[in-house]
Design a protein around this ligand. Structure first.
Ligand code: PLP
Length: 367
């Protein structure tokens, strides 16, 4: 069988390497998945939808009442005015990223993304026929605005992600505004991936779409409501952009799962205290892990959001940590500029995290 160059150019190896050399009984801190269960009220809404036979295709763009609710949420929480017609409900944030890159990227276009950055950005950029081009971060692991500006002119698209995977950093409002306004001047659309917006511990979230119309907001229910397996997300953009994205969505997905959409509706309409509880718990865990690793002698900035730490680790120490039974993702999986780091997820309970920190401390103090 002959495969397309676009797909052949995509690498899975960073993820495969994860388990190499890890002994049985290893603690897996490699996953980007909340350890919380989906709240019962959301599950009940899905069960009711099944029982009531709401199991057929929905409107391609998503249930009108769900898009209405998302539009209200974007106004209330993100200060963005978006009508329900400017929303496309997708199979997770992943599908939203895929279809918008398909709609915006011409063959050979540079797809700018933070590097180290979420693995899908460069892979989906390649699949869209573009050329991924990483924007370096500064020493605090935030976007280097000047470096971003140097690359924006002539690019096909720029992707922003705050709070960020894999760094756990939150971009300040000045950075988001500066990049959106400069990209607008250069006529380069911005894709703003905000899937971790609710997991911020000190700072405030800034939605890029507040600063320009040339912005596509990508979000999902996956992390906020611990619904990764339900595959529900959305994008919000100009109607013109939604119409183009719709062509890809309609032919590859038809619509997001009906049952998940009813669950998502209940998530948005119901009380939000479970989200606050998860956030408070992640913050506690972040502090336990950060303080433990600092005591072990690692020096790095305290992450500000999401549920990841991007810790400085030489490759030899990383290998020993894996052998000691703690699985982390090597920084290089997130781009060459991630070399010398490893990503650790703290979406695990405190006991598991404490034993991981103990194992890591033993390795680090022995090196
Ligand atoms: C930054 C970022 N964006 C998007 C996604 C995709 O989320 P979903 O599960 O909704 O497709 C992830 C998942 O890990 C992520 O980390």
């Amino acid at each position: 069988m002959r495969f397309s160059e676009r797909v052949l150019s995509v690498d899975l190896s960073g993820i495969r390497k994860l388990f190499e050399g890890a002994p049985p009984g290893s603690i897996n801190l490699g996953l980007g998945q909340p350890d919380f269960d989906t709240p019962d009220s959301i599950k009940e809404a899905a069960i009711t939808a099944i029982k009531e036979g709401k199991t057929g295709y929905t409107h391609n763009a998503g249930l009108p009442e769900l898009r209405e609710e998302i539009s209200k949420k974007l106004f209330k929480e993100n200060s963005i005015s978006i009508t329900p017609d400017q929303i496309l409900v997708t199979a997770g944030g992943s599908e939203a990223l895929h279809i918008v890159l398909q709609a915006l990227v011409e063959r050979g276009d540079r797809v700018l993304h933070p590097e180290p950055g979420f693995v899908a950005y460069s892979a989906l950029g390649l699949i869209a026929g573009g050329k991924p081009d990483g924007i370096p971060l500064d020493e605090t692991l935030h976007i280097n605005v000047e470096a971003a500006k140097e690359k924006i002119k002539g690019a096909g698209v720029i992707i922003l992600n705050s709070p960020a995977n894999p760094t756990g950093m939150v971009e300040p409002e000045e950075t988001v505004r500066a990049i959106v306004e400069y990209a607008d001047d250069c006529n380069v659309p911005v894709i703003s991936d905000e899937v971790y917006e609710h997991f911020i511990y000190e700072k405030k979230h800034t939605s890029a779409a507040r600063f320009g119309d040339n912005v596509v907001t990508v979000n999902a229910f996956s992390k906020t409501y611990a619904m990764t397996g339900w595959r529900l997300g959305y994008l919000a953009a100009s109607e013109e952009c939604v119409n183009e994205c719709m062509k890809v969505h309609q032919y590859c997905q038809a619509c997001a799962t009906s049952i998940s959409q009813y669950a998502g509706l209940a998530a948005l309409r119901g009380p939000q205290d479970m989200v606050t509880k998860m956030r408070d718990e992640y913050k506690l865990r972040r502090d336990i892990v950060y303080e433990g690793l600092s005591r072990a002698g690692l020096r790095f900035n305290r992450p500000e959001g999401a549920f990841y730490m991007f810790i400085p680790l030489e490759e030899s120490v990383y290998a020993k940590i894996i052998q000691s039974g703690v699985i982390l993702v090597p920084g290089k999986a997130f781009g060459e500029r991630g070399a010398g780091f490893a990503r650790m997820s703290y979406a695990q309970n405190k006991e598991i995290l404490s034993s991981a920190v103990q194992r890591m401390t033993k390795v680090i103090s022995g090196c």
